[in-house]
Ligand binder design. Structure first.
Ligand SMILES: Nc1nc2c(c(=O)[nH]1)N[C@H]1C(S)=C(S)[C@@H](COP(=O)(O)OP(=O)(O)OC[C@H]3O[C@@H](n4cnc5c(=O)[nH]c(N)nc54)[C@H](O)[C@@H]3O)O[C@H]1N2
Ligand SMILES: Nc1nc2c(c(=O)[nH]1)N[C@H]1C(S)=C(S)[C@@H](COP(=O)(O)OP(=O)(O)OC[C@H]3O[C@@H](n4cnc5c(=O)[nH]c(N)nc54)[C@H](O)[C@@H]3O)O[C@H]1N2
Ligand SMILES: [Mo]
Length: 735
């Protein structure tokens, strides 16, 4: 078994980098690939673009990141040979692990699978496109749905959602519904804008950064450099997480020699609430600030509304309730409040530990309440920062990939282009799965991602997708969604990655900064550019006489012209390909307390504090990423920062292991109201708060129910209740 390390980052990350480079055809080849002027493919921190692959928005260089290498190496794989498809049947592929699927290579030919057959077979582009256009022409638009992952470009996102709407449906949504939707909804309700209120430079200058419910050492490694800078300047970092993520305690930033050798202490305070305890904890910090009289009363009075009711509620909330529902002691809450009260410039950042709950929006509003209370929104070096996931998930949302178009976009599309757009509510992602399961949808179209693998309740997800007549997926590599949940007719179209496209594209970082990607030489003959594929299908289905010239929409300059006219804040995108000027989106980041809410004031919201979930014999389970994966794509089976050598494990606090009569490496069955996973190994893990458990997604999605936050429709991926059963001795012998 592996050791639980003392720090994150450091030499293992550097060695890994060198090994990956060698696998991908040599260090020089990899270096060149990373230097190309394309936005980084992994998280939404927004590296690369015109400054070159390893430079961030404030010009920091070089930012070596193991993750961008993994993504790059994946795209540099050889093509899947034709005989793969006659060698492995779909039932065999269902037994493949996510790592085996990913390592099969690049998809280079369109593929067809028909229910009743055992194998996929490669087909021609002509055949594939004809099948798709024929189906689309035969269906009524509301029998279709359109799912977008966050790695495609703004241009592909914009044109595909436009096509779906011109067909007549608003069943258009993106992976954000399983990710930061609660942040978008919560922030909009509080400050009138759904994205970060700060830029990277603000975080660099903060003297206190809260990192709530996230694991940036693994998932946003480049943020660690910024946190290191905050510490080096004497600032503080407060971490709120039921798990001690080693890299948040000590991180060896590879691009800094001193840090690489000795490590940098990151957290100044580390608080471990129970899973789901954040709302009570955040309320507790606010209550203490109020008791200390440390709020900015003038700011609340002048720029906010709802604060009176909120303060009244805080004052009558009982300390006992706050401690019971958060699992955090009064002393720890007081310490956090004192730090907050003493700081001048505070940034609150958060990730999936906040959004993946049935009260995800409430959590986000509670963070906003706390920030507004001391006037930390609407001025430099302080503010709110949802740490976004996919490299362009935010851009996909900005350019209209949501069921309802924003009013301004809707109006401009109608008035500038005389388009007739549907006015139906449209379905979110979970809504589409449920409608498919009920037999109301016939065709699903997925621009990237792994819709099956990202869903809660895997069995239900498979049933839903299997009941479709047609499922179309545009992908670069294989994932579990190509083996499970296959429709009567399933068509996979191979596409180019953004650094292989023959044209320029754009991406939006989580700091609302638009990056330009130059594209680059293709690595394989078969795959096509996403934008070309979309334009071709749309031209075929909608004909050439409609209001949009779909032939011309194969040119990203043409698409950007439309985006510039209809997407607020995106005006400068029109000539970005020639100007090469990347830009900050207008009206998003604000350093003045002017809020785009209906009243122009920020709004504080009152919440009911949820009880911690679970009975005595149950554990609260979080389903999370390991160090070696990117969402449903697994690059390596190990999770080095948590000291795990495999993925079929459940991490429990040693006290729980003992309390439940278990021992290390016992093979157990983990069950929830939704499903059961047999053959899971028990791993004592001192880093987790007792009463809670950790497993890896996507494998653990069998256990996750479809219960979702009513306000954001985000499933509670971190709020699963499970029981552990130890099979009898005989059974254990058999397994
Ligand atoms: N390398 C890599 N990078 C990625 C990704 C990846 O898979 N791999 N995915 C990308 C995407 S799409 C996203 S959305 C982000 C995800 O980034 P993260 O949100 O960091 O990802 P998770 O693994 O879901 O980790 C959630 C963290 O929340 C904590 N947590 C769980 N439950 C709770 C809770 O109730 N309260 C609190 N306070 N904390 C809790 C967990 O201990 C864990 O540290 O990363 C992006 N970047
Ligand atoms: N239990 C549990 N479930 C979760 C989560 C969790 O924490 N726990 N996290 C949720 C979150 S935050 C998210 S964002 C979703 C992730 O959901 P998705 O975004 O749907 O899934 P990914 O695994 O990121 O998709 C990976 C696939 O994208 C394709 N791809 C890569 N690059 C490109 C490209 O340039 N173009 C195209 N067309 N395809 C490309 C590859 O084929 C790859 O297999 O999962 C959610 N599900
Ligand atoms: Mo995400």
């Amino acid at each position: 078994m592996m050791r639980y390390p003392k720090s994150g980052g450091g030499w293992p990350a550097v060695w890994y980098t060198l090994r990956k480079a060698r696998e991908a055809g040599g260090i020089f080849k990899m270096w060149k690939a990373l230097q190309s002027k394309n936005a980084c493919k992994t998280c939404a921190l927004g590296m690369g673009g015109q400054k070159g692959g390893m430079v961030n928005e404030v010009g920091g260089w070089p930012e070596v990141c193991k993750k961008s290498l993994q993504a790059m190496a994946a795209d540099m794989q050889a093509g899947i040979p034709d005989d793969f498809w006659s060698t492995y049947s779909v039932p065999q592929l269902q037994k493949f692990s996510p790592l085996q699927m990913e390592s099969a290579g690049r998809i280079v030919k369109p593929l067809l699978y028909e229910q009743g057959q055992d194998y996929y077979r490669p087909i021609s582009w002509e055949d594939a496109l004809q099948r798709i256009t024929r189906r689309l022409s035969d269906l009524s638009a509301d029998e279709t749905f359109w799912y977008f992952s966050g790695r495609s470009s703004n241009e592909a996102g914009f044109s595909l959602q436009l096509f779906a709407r011109l067909l007549g449906t608003n069943n258009v949504n993106n992976c954000s519904y399983y990710c930061h939707q609660a942040s978008g909804v919560g922030l909009t309700s509080a400050i009138g804008s759904g994205t970060a209120s700060v830029v990277l430079d603000d975080v660099e200058h903060a003297d206190l950064v809260f990192v709530i419910g996230g694991n940036p050492p693994s998932n946003h490694p480049r943020l660690m450099t910024t946190l290191m800078h905050v510490r080096q300047r004497g600032g503080e970092v407060v971490v709120v997480n039921p798990v001690i993520e080693k890299g948040l305690v000590n991180f060896r930033v590879p691009s800094n020699v001193r840090s690489l050798l000795w490590g940098t202490k990151i957290a100044t305070t580390y608080v471990q609430p129970h899973i789901g305890g954040d709302l009570a904890l955040l309320t507790g910090i606010a209550k203490r600030i109020d008791e200390m009289g440390a709020q900015d009363a003038a700011f609340l009075e002048q720029f906010c509304e709802g604060h009176e009711a909120w303060l009244a509620e805080l004052r009558q909330t009982d300390w006992g309730e706050i401690q019971r529902k958060s699992g955090v002691s009064r002393a720890e809450i007081d310490e956090m409040a004192e730090k907050y009260a003493a700081a001048k410039n505070v940034v609150f950042s958060w990730t999936m530990g906040i959004t993946h709950h049935e009260h995800g929006v409430d959590n986000v509003q509670a963070i906003a309440n706390l920030a507004l209370m001391r006037g930390m929104v609407g001025r430099p070096h302080a503010g709110l920062l949802p740490i976004r996931g996919h490299s362009n998930v935010q851009g996909i949302g900005s350019v209209g990939v949501t069921p309802q178009l924003k009013a301004a976009i809707f109006e401009r599309l109608q008035s500038h282009y005389e388009l007739t757009l549907p006015t139906t509510p449209g379905l979110d992602t979970l809504g589409c799965m449920e409608a498919a399961h009920a037999g109301r949808l016939k065709l699903g179209f997925c621009l990237g991602g792994n819709l099956f693998g990202s869903n809660p309740d895997s069995r239900y997800a498979a049933e839903a997708l299997e009941s479709l007549d047609t499922l179309v997926m545009l992908n670069t590599t294989l994932n579990t969604g190509h083996a499970n949940g296959l429709a009567k007719e399933t068509i996979v179209l191979p596409v180019l990655a953004r650094d292989e496209e023959a044209y320029t594209t754009t991406q939006e970082s989580m700091f609302n900064y638009v990056r330009l990607s130059d594209g680059g030489p293709r690595r394989h003959d078969g795959p096509r550019g996403e934008v070309e594929v979309i334009a071709q299908i749309a031209a075929e289905v909608l004909g050439e006489s409609g209001p949009v010239d779909w032939q011309a929409m194969a040119d990203t300059n043409q698409i950007r012209g439309m985006i510039a006219r209809v997407i607020p804040g995106y005006e400068q995108i029109a000539d970005i390909a020639s100007s090469k000027t990347e830009f900050q989106i207008g009206g998003r980041t604000f350093h003045q307390p002017q809020f785009s809410t209906p009243s122009g004031r920020a709004v504080l919201h009152v919440h009911r504090l949820p009880e911690l979930r679970g009975e005595e014999d149950e554990l609260r389970l979080m389903t999370v990423r390991s160090e070696g994966q990117f969402n449903t794509v697994v690059y390596e089976e190990t999770d080095i920062y948590r000291g795990q050598d495999r993925r079929d494990v459940i991490l429990l606090h040693p006290d729980d292991v003992q309390r439940l009569g278990l021992a290390e490496n016992d093979r157990v069955e983990v069950s929830s109201e939704t499903g059961t996973l047999p053959g899971i190994l028990v791993r004592p893990f001192e880093g987790i708060r007792a009463g809670n458990a950790l497993m890896y997604f996507p494998e653990a999605n069998v256990l996750v129910s479809r219960a979702a936050d009513a306000k954001s429709k985000t499933p509670a991926f971190k709020g699963v209740l499970v029981r552990i059963h130890k099979p009898t001795v005989e059974l254990q012998g058999v397994s």
